[in-house]
Design a protein around this ligand. Sequence first.
Ligand code: DGY
Length: 328
Amino acid sequence: MSNKKPRVVITRKLPDAIETRMMELFDVQLNLDDTPMSNAELIEAMKTADVLVPTLTDTIDLGILSQAGPELRLIANYGAGVDHIDLATARQRGITVTNTPDVLTEDTADMTMALILAVPRRLSEGERAMRSQNWTGWSPTWMLGHRIFGKRLGIIGMGRIGQAVARRARGFGLSVHYHNRHQLHEDIENELEATYWESLDQMLARMDIISINCPHTPGTYHLLSARRLKLLQPHTFIVNTARGEIVDENALTRMLRAGELAGAGLDVFEHEPAVNPKLLELDNVVLLPHMGSATVEGRIDMGEKVLINIKTYADGHKPPDRVLGDIA
Ligand code: DGY
């Protein structure tokens, strides 16, 4: 990159403090009204920018990447997940991709834990009853949920977020089980008191609560397929704060409606922002609008990561959060 300030196109509105710093450092195009960019606008950005700062709402696929101008050398994603970016094509075209790991781990783990508590304990149902003024007073048999303490939690994907969920879960008296591409080092397993299951199928059949915390890659698309969902026992709850595409949402919805699963806490959906309308009819699900990392602190930290990645790159160094593509 030359000595002139890099031209940076940011596809969505970012926290004010981050945009201010971006403007100080770079030649920036902001998106002040936060309307998601159309394909044509994205292509225009790819043609004119040195650096693109997209988010998970921008699909940066082969069609878009093939329009990139010669100046575009860095895609500094605002977010940890990069499943909306065709990494192989970016690599072929010599475009570096960075993301924002670590800084959303604790917030996402908090939200996961909130759903692990909210669904079995019927928090949303209770809250809805209050607001519709349906509460006639305490009753020994009304609004009974299920105890968390002593239940078995199966975590799918034991990376940073999975481990942060495990730490919290221990505090609530859950026994922690996990399936991961690789077994964790025994020191970490001991610290988390976590039991490794090499076979996902076997783990699924024995858990009370399942939490999905792996990235969405070609290898994890519909990891929880209709066949695997059928391995779960009818008393099992499912929580997903990772990506909707990891679960076959239609199969999940069918099973929830049929009473073949106890409930679900979903922060992510297969076709966001669309949600299967049949899910909206169910009482035993808690639905959130992809807000796992939505804290003021987290969103500023994510922006700071993006700033560091761009600045390091502009200064001629390797940015710290390069996505190497080894995520399948
Ligand atoms: C991410 O960064 O990938 C998260 O899903 C945003 O909440």
